[in-house]
Design a protein around this ligand. Sequence first.
Ligand code: SAM
Length: 276
Amino acid sequence: MENLNKVLQKHGFYFKKAYGQNFLTDTALLDDIVEKSMVNSDDVVLEIGCGAGALTRALAKKVKKVVGYEIDQKLKPVLEETLGEFNNVEIVFGDILKQNLELVEKKLGEKYVMVANLPYYITTPIVMEFLEKAKNIKAMVIMVQEEVANRFSAVKGTADYGAITVAINLRGSASIIKMVGREKFTPMPNVDSAVVKIDIEEGKTDGIDLLAVRNAVRCGFSNRRKMLVNNLMNTYKISRAQAEKVLIECDISLTARGETLDYLEYIKLSNKLKES
Ligand code: SAM
């Protein structure tokens, strides 16, 4: 394939900031990301935000099938050229946020790995949507800005630990698999990035009232400067005595804060709150 920048130029493509278009072109880097994401020839991949198709190519060489979603129709001729040689790739032009996830999963037909290098402002909502609703997902491999990667993989009790960390831990676990400097992107953004892999554990949420847990997590982080007991009183409109009773019954310290609880304690807390 011709140099990617030349292909983009040839088709008169210009980068759109609104779509967060910072493309990766270094094939060795892309191959390494795919290698570290541990996908193999049995895997079906859902790629969100294909751009000029550089990551799509690296994936298509390794996996059984790639279904890609790309919002920008202007990339159609570019992707036809960069992906033309692969018969295991299908690109859908549309906004991933407007797709029905159940239908997307139907199209994929089996368990899949979601891979995304998206504009940072839509990454967290998309990750949340997949954590909450995706049924057949095995893993997510997501390129995010470094500080978001730290939040996704944070340890309990640290400043980075938040509602998104607990949401991830409820379904699986996250780890940073690669750091990617800003100079690797065209055009160059003003932040460094990291690739995070979230492995989804099958059955981890079976029998759990996820809505109740989500509400408890939201409450726990509603005011990080306050102790959990105060956040419980405010969110659930209960007295201090009631909030303390719930915490004691859950074996949680009366001075605990939202960021000191792990996902199992949030499950316990949400169950007790339902009872009280
Ligand atoms: N994957 C390519 C790469 O690694 O070079 C491109 C990454 S670029 C950061 C993000 C891509 O996501 C762009 O091509 C952009 O047009 C696309 N995109 C942005 N918002 C989208 C959305 N809501 N649905 C689908 N694609 C989207």
